[in-house]
Design a protein around this ligand. Sequence first.
Ligand SMILES: [Zn+2]
Length: 372
Amino acid sequence: MKEDYYDILKIDKSASAADIKKAYRKKAIKYHPDKNPDNKEAEEMFKKAAEAYEVLSNPDKKARYDQFGHQAFQGGGGGFNGGGMNMDDIFSQFGDIFGGGFGGGGGFSGFGGGQQRRVKGSNLRIRITLTLEEIANGVEKKLKVKRKVQASGTTYKTCSSCNGSGQVMRITNTILGRMQTSSPCPTCGGAGEMIDKKPADADAQGLILKEETVSVKIPAGVVDGMQLKVSGKGNEAPGNGVSGDLLVAIQEEEHSSLKREGDNLHYDLYVSLPDAVLGTSQEIDTVTGKVRIKIDAGVQSGKILRLRGKGIPSINGYGKGDLLVHINVWTPKTLNKEQKEFFENFRSDEHFQPKPESSDKSFFEKVKDMFS
Ligand SMILES: [Zn+2]
């Protein structure tokens, strides 16, 4: 089981941004690879702390983590799929923690390990709008994406500046003393190779734009603002680099009659006075089609009928929300003479006198029940 980010940094959920930073700084110094050479355990802790900080220092990611835990970043959730962060990512994060000096990556994203880095293509971002029905049932979307791909006919040669290693060494002074760090070769961008020949229509990196259809499986229960990651469907990188990712931002289309609140749905049902008095059945919208529900004779305005499991499936895969049908009895604003007389007859009739029973809870009591 994956360790809790708060436990890793030894802080509690109420920790402020400054506390989170402080806690991470402590861990990073304690487990820094230069202080713990050839210590796999320390390296593991160093990576874990960096991953925890990466999430908890970002208000958006933190909110998702607080709500969904590690699930928020799995199955296309747009985060760390299994492997965690690599060292380059961690060092590039140091700039804002230690005020520079730790350097190395400098915004460059690649594969660490001390050897030649593989250049990563840039990520692509796309926004899709989903109906509530699509969100409730899950959907597969075919997205047209313009991505950069390697132009056929492009050839590469070894970079002469770094002799193919992709890195240049430098000495820097840091809070831990003098450190030898490597940074990507400025000539080849760390790839260790350069373009030899390329077709005329390709860009400087030997890439051309190509429209492709990418199929994305959207799991049921996604939330507006969530970002899904399709690995490797961003821009390709030159040479033997790896493709970037396609990041799909979810936008939820407003439904005409259903209002979403977490995994629950709300529906306002209007019932005429005669229907409320005599009882009836009415069709209502659900995310899986129309459903006919029974309204008992004598139903009170404000009553909430709960249709269990008719809401949105939990993104975590645990059950489904409910559909709450709010009954609103519609009182006519105008009556003809005959109708007025009809009601006048019952003005003092005992059947028409309000007699709230314990079962007819007030609106506020009902709301309290729903959330308790
Ligand atoms: Zn080079």
